[in-house]
Design a protein around this ligand. Structure first.
Ligand code: C2O
Ligand code: CU
Ligand code: CU
Length: 469
């Protein structure tokens, strides 16, 4: 812990300076950001309530969800996704969670580097019982786009609506006309509005795919945009199993950041694949004319097991209802600075992902393994603080698995992401391939690693790394 605190001070000193002036536009508008109850500039303190609530997903119906509410706002209502937690690099974050759900819960701060005891896994803390409260407290060490969600019965709790975006501002801030945060999700919902309680074999196999696609909890969302402007979008995929593969026809995405913050240099793509748990920070140049509109599409991505291609699906419409007040400014000349992790002398650790499905038994549940073991009956990896390893992740399954490590970032050594200097905490390991990553165990404590398809994690594809001080 002491080492951590020293690090915080160094970071805070290195990147002090004025917060950026322009307040980014939260997409959903007023009431969407958690109320900061601490007036001091170096602390964000919020009150979060987890409760059963009703929201409207299908027009004219009501859906019972489990959701977060801003307890610091007397008019706050529970919402899916939950309200944005907005902090700045170096700030202390204090979150009082009040569990009003009918079952135990925790909060995991996906992507944050924090003390292990605050990580919200069952390796780190006792479950928070109904009616009980718990205070999470840590420093936001890295600027980036993160998210939070429970880390128990996640397949059910996250699906029912417990997840929310977490933005940490800081670092290079390109000039944009609007900055928006998005959570991409889907729900499996009946025409009555009720969430489907039916978990099929296919749901277990692929991770539940909903029949309704949502952007910030809304289907067919509309966005009011300025023609000729540049926008910054931060995106997280909070779905249990669905991969989003985004296209903005006639436009490209300039990827400036990932899971762990800004890249050393941006890169451009025509389509943006966002797997469960991953985040992308992109710029879009909207060179359209006033009066035009543009659809954001979700394209099919073949993630295995011959999942059917439903064709492109529009998930959001951009309406150009005004002219930009000025042309986009020049982009920053330098972005993040990222040193490659030094892997001299590092051991290469095989991590093998497999699945078993009994095709002949209609009631069989698929099973998922890491190195032949199923969580919680899995052996722990135990290594001293400061060790660097290469994890060679062999996916022997016929489907992609988005692999996630808690508490520390890694660098990808194989595949298209290897050529981009940046830190990740979640990465797609495509079916029947091997992907290596480099990681330094710089945070003491017990940390989970798992597939972020929640049905897979809950059915065995999860493990524990102990970093000993
Ligand atoms: Cu979103 Cu164990 O993680
Ligand atoms: Cu995580
Ligand atoms: Cu998986």
């Amino acid at each position: 812990m002491r080492a951590h605190a020293a690090f915080v001070l160094v970071l805070a000193a290195a990147c002090g300076g004025e917060p950026p002036a322009a307040e980014p536009t939260a997409d959903a508008g007023v009431g969407w950001t958690l109320t900061d109850l601490d007036p001091s500039a170096d602390v964000v303190e919020v009150q979060l309530v987890a409760e059963v609530a009703e929201v409207e997903i299908l027009a004219g119906t009501s859906t019972e969800v489990w959701a977060y509410r801003d307890g610091g706002d007397p008019d706050g209502v529970a919402m899916v996704p939950g309200p944005l937690l907005d902090a700045r690099e170096g700030q202390r974050v204090v979150v009082h969670l009040d569990n009003q759900l009918p079952e135990d819960t925790t909060i995991h701060w996906h992507g944050l580097r924090l003390p292990a005891g605050m990580d919200g896994t069952l390796a780190a803390q006792q479950p928070i019982a109904p009616g009980e409260a718990f205070t999470y407290e840590f420093v936001a060490l890295d600027a980036g786009y993160f998210w939070f969600h429970p880390h128990m019965n996640g397949e059910v709790q996250i699906e029912r609506g417990l997840h929310a975006p977490f933005r940490v501002r800081g670092g290079v801030e390109p000039e944009v006309a609007a900055e928006r945060v998005f959570a991409l999700d889907d729900v499996k919902i009946e025409s009555s509005g009720a969430l489907s309680g039916d978990t099929t074999q296919l749901d277990m196999m692929m991770g539940r795919q909903g029949n309704v696609l949502l952007v910030n909890g809304e289907r067919d969302r509309e966005l009011s945009c300025a023609a000729g402007s540049r926008e910054r979008w931060r995106l997280v995929n909070s779905a249990n199993g669905r991969f989003f593969n985004l296209e903005l026809p006639g436009h490209r995405f300039l990827v400036i950041g990932w899971d762990g913050g800004m890249l050393a240099a941006p890169y451009e793509v025509d389509t943006l694949l966002v797997a469960p748990g991953e985040r992308y920070d992109v710029l879009v140049e909207l060179d359209d004319a006033v009066g035009e509109s543009l659809e954001l599409l979700n394209l099919h991505y073949d993630r295995g097991h011959d999942l059917a291609d439903p064709g492109p699906k529009p998930i959001m419409t951009l309406r150009f209802d005004r002219e930009a007040t000025s042309a986009p400014a020049a982009l920053p000349e330098s972005w993040g600075e990222i040193e490659p992790i030094d892997t001299t002398g590092a051991i290469e650790r095989p991590i093998v992902l497999t699945e078993i499905m009994d095709d002949l038994d209609p009631d069989a549940e698929p099973q998922f393994f890491i190195n032949g073991e199923m969580w919680p009956d899995a052996s722990m990896i135990e290594r001293p603080l400061g060790t660097t390893e290469i994890w060679s992740i062999r996916n022997d399954a016929e489907m992609d698995h988005p692999f996630h490590l808690h508490g520390m970032f890694f660098q990808v050594l194989d595949g298209p992401m290897a050529v981009v200097a940046g830190y990740k905490d979640t990465v797609v390991v495509p079916k029947e391939t091997t992907l290596r990553l480099a990681v330094t165990f710089d945070a003491p404590g017990d940390w989970m690693y798992h597939c972020h398809i929640l049905e897979h994690a809950e059915r065995g594809m999860m493990g524990l790394l102990r970093v000993a001080e």
